[in-house]
Ligand binder design. Structure first.
Ligand code: PXL
Length: 277
């Protein structure tokens, strides 16, 4: 019998247009040789980052029914990877999945804020719930603003850039919440970096590109998840993810509308495994 590709239960929203969340995560994990199982927390016509007021469908009831169906089927994920959970009850949905499959690797991207402020709807109560979810994760992937919010610190940077030492210190503080941490999207002078803690501490830096896009955190998180499940160490996974995000930005024409995300699709073959496991 051939071995089934590893299953990743992906608990994120599905934003139809705007290249983020499940529409980025599913193709990335699939091309990396994994088997994504999509569990949309919410269906939106677009993300909430500047494309007007999206149509929304809350999938909480569906989500609980889907989890019960997977449990009854005996379909146990190897990994549970969570992202945008726009309400307290959707954080409970993710926590329920963690309870159902305690043996799965639990990766939480605490999608809730960027650029120094929370996304709409992320009240202090939701943020507290996300913090609790992070404390039951094996790995968390906050951006800088989310990292500060998780630590209950002021999310606005005073001088717009942080040093490698400060980045490592921030990642290390977060190991008080989850075992392993990668803080992403760190402005480090002419570089953009990420910092890891929990095993060997590391900093990965790539040349900073002066444009920002929605969905790059999801692209990063999916590649880290895929790369870890393929047996790589965390620093290698983060380096691969940061490198791919930088390439995807470089391949997005300068005059493209940034609200629709990076043009990553033609680059997907670069993520395909060279060797079958
Ligand atoms: O990529 C982050 C993200 C995911 N999902 C939704 C969002 C955002 C960021 O704005 O609005 C719905």
């Amino acid at each position: 019998m051939p071995t089934e590709p590893k299953k990743v239960l992906c608990i994120h929203d599905l934003s139809g247009a705007g290249r983020c969340s499940l529409s980025v995560i599913l193709p990335v994990l699939a091309v990396m040789g994994l088997q994504p199982i999509a569990l949309p927390t919410m269906i939106l016509s677009t993300h909430t980052g500047g494309l007007g007021n999206p149509a929304r469908l809350d999938c909480e009831t569906y989500g609980h029914a889907a989890l019960a169906h997977y449990r009854d089927l005996g379909l146990a994920p190897d990994c549970i990877y969570t992202g945008y959970l726009g309400s307290e009850s959707l954080v409970d949905l993710a926590a329920e999945a963690f309870r159902l499959w305690p043996g799965a690797v639990k990766i939480v991207d605490p999608v809730m804020a960027d650029g120094g402020k929370p996304y709409s709807g992320f009240t202090p109560a939701v943020i507290q719930k996300v913090r609790t979810l992070c404390s039951s994760a094996d790995l968390i992937l906050p951006n800088l603003t989310e990292a500060k919010l998780l630590l209950d610190q002021d999310p606005v940077l005073s001088d717009g850039s942080i040093s490698a030492e400060e980045a490592l210190e921030l990642a290390s503080q977060l190991t008080g919440i989850a075992g392993r941490v990668v803080v992403t999207g760190l402005p480090m002078g002419k570089f953009v970096g990420c910092a890891g803690a929990g095993d060997e501490p590391f900093v990965v830096r790539h040349l900073h590109i002066d444009r920002s896009f929605p969905g790059t955190g999801d692209l990063f998180g999916a590649i880290v998840t895929g790369s870890l499940l393929r047996g790589n160490v965390l620093s290698a996974a983060a380096d691969a993810a940061a490198g791919f995000v930088a390439q995807a930005i470089q391949h997005t024409p300068r005059n493209a509308d940034t609200r629709f995300g990076v043009w990553f699709e033609p680059l997907l073959p670069r993520l395909a495994p060279m060797v079958e496991l």
